[in-house]
Design a protein around this ligand. Structure first.
Ligand code: ARG
Length: 466
């Protein structure tokens, strides 16, 4: 865009002096809302066809508008379009160019509509596509997790609470926990889509229009579920954008938690996984470093989307009906939210299934952490010791293990019987990590066969959606 643009705004009729140069720049949005040009052109085409069907345009005018818009779209695609800040936004830039190209008919396109219903329509078309892309990427990521879970159903890792070793887990079970989070994220996105896919076009500036428009025709052509019921509401509310950003913030909260776990797991203090070199970077000073930057950035980018959610909520909260220019401020947060979610999902869908597992280290960590202490307590309960007493008995055994640096499974029977004479030879079956895992054999439990059952269920779901 050039500073010396002499183009007159399309609304300049009632004005007696030119817009202040700073105000022109301050109010312009073309440098970011040009991103909506495809949606804008699509909406204009539907509007022109409808105006012709309603007898407001003749067929020649309609055809010339459609032809002109097609050519403008190619110009923009090819990077040959001149965007003028004096024409404010994507709508007026395209409309002005249309008139330049096709003459008088171009000036009739804006009959019976306003930029207020136009922009609301554009954003909804844009967001609808963005949500579909996000849902597809979520499914790709889910599929990767399900495959990993199947392969690693039997791989044992320590499970944590308070980041202290708690009980042994199947690594596949852990991956399916991530999968479940992403399923809910997808459901939230798809639910939000129902409210996004409603058509504002026809609301015009705020009250509707005096032309005999056919909203069901534009609605069908643009693939909306239905036209909006109230013109004031249609041009003013951006709750669908807030809702999408809220769903995005929750989604990124999930990927951020996953990022945090992977970062911990790559640390030599855990040493559970190895991320492929292509997803890591080095240090300019410390030659030994291999840093999990992609995971850190996914965790970090969550912050900006949380910020965008606050921005959109705050933007909306004091607006009287109907349209206010404040709403121009919805686009940058919304676009950045879409970009951030798409990039983060792409990064993880590629990287997570490619991580290398250090299975012996995970196994060793589970063993070192007295992860089967609960199993010993449950064993005592089965031998008729009340749970509270069993808890205390095992606590004493663990304390002894800590003192002498020995896992429960490695203590001899006499030592264990020193803590309770209810303990017999069969105790060793429950003290192994494998035994502990296999014992949790119910819906939602970590037993490998339960993990495999959940994998089958997940596959069926993904196949049915594909
Ligand atoms: N650029 C505006 C927006 O993003 C488009 C609608 C402008 N309408 C108006 N009456 N100024 O919301």
């Amino acid at each position: 865009m050039t500073d010396k643009d002499t183009t007159q705004p399309l609304w300049s009729g009632r004005f007696t002096e030119a817009t202040d140069a700073f105000v022109e720049a301050f109010t312009a949005s073309a440098h970011f809302d040009r991103r909506l040009y495809r949606q804008d052109i699509r909406g204009s085409m539907a509007h022109a066809r409808m105006l012709a069907a309603a007898g407001v345009l003749n067929d020649a005018e309609r055809d010339s508008i459609l032809q002109g818009l097609t050519e403008i779209e190619s110009e923009i695609d090819a990077g040959k379009f001149h965007w003028s800040p004096a024409l404010e936004d994507v709508h007026m830039n395209i409309e002005k160019r249309l008139t330049e190209r096709i003459g008088e008919a171009g000036k009739k396109l804006h009959t019976g509509r306003s930029r207020n219903d136009q922009i609301a329509t554009d954003i909804r078309l844009y967001l609808r596509e963005a949500i579909a892309t996000i849902a597809a990427e979520l499914m790709r990521f889910q599929r990767g997790l399900v495959e990993l879970a199947e392969r690693e159903a039997q791989t044992i890792m320590p499970g944590f609470t308070h980041l202290q070793v708690a009980q042994p887990l199947s690594f596949g079970h852990h991956m399916l926990a991530w999968y479940e989070m992403l399923v809910r994220d997808q459901e939230r996105m798809e639910d939000c889509q129902r409210r996004v896919n409603v058509m504002p076009l026809g609301a015009a500036a705020l009250a509707g229009t005096s032309y005999p428009i056919d909203r069901s025709m534009t609605c069908a052509e643009l693939g909306f579920d239905r036209p909006s019921n109230n013109s004031l509401d249609a041009v003013s509310d951006r709750d669908f954008a807030i809702e999408f950003t809220a769903a995005a913030a929750i989604l990124l909260t999930h990927t951020s938690r996953m990022a945090e776990e992977m970062i911990l797991w790559t640390s030599p203090m855990f040493d559970f996984i190895d991320l492929p070199d292509r997803f890591c970077t080095g240090s300019s000073i410390m030659p030994q470093k291999k840093n999990p930057d992609v995971a850190e950035l996914v965790r970090g980018k969550t912050a900006r989307v949380n910020g965008h959610l606050m921005a959109l909520l705050t933007l909306m909260k004091s607006q009287p009906l109907a349209y206010n220019r404040d709403n121009q401020e919805d686009k940058e947060p919304l676009f950045d939210t879409v970009d951030t979610v798409q990039a983060s999902l792409r990064a993880f869908a590629d990287m997570v299934p490619a991580m290398g597992l250090k299975r012996e280290n995970m196994y060793g960590a589970a063993k070192k952490g007295f992860a089967t202490a609960t199993d010993l307590a449950d064993y005592l309960v089965r031998k008729d010791v009340p749970f509270r007493d069993a808890h205390a008995i095992v606590g004493a055994a663990v304390r002894h293990g800590v003192d002498i640096g020995m896992d429960l499974a490695d203590m001899d029977l006499a030592t264990l019987q020193g803590f309770s004479d209810a303990i017999g030879e069969d105790v060793y079956e429950v003290l192994t990590l494998e035994g502990s895992l296999a014992a949790r054999d119910h819906l939602g439990g970590t037993a490998p066969q339960q993990v495999r059952a959940q994998v089958a269920k997940a596959r069926e779901r993904l196949d049915s959606l594909a």
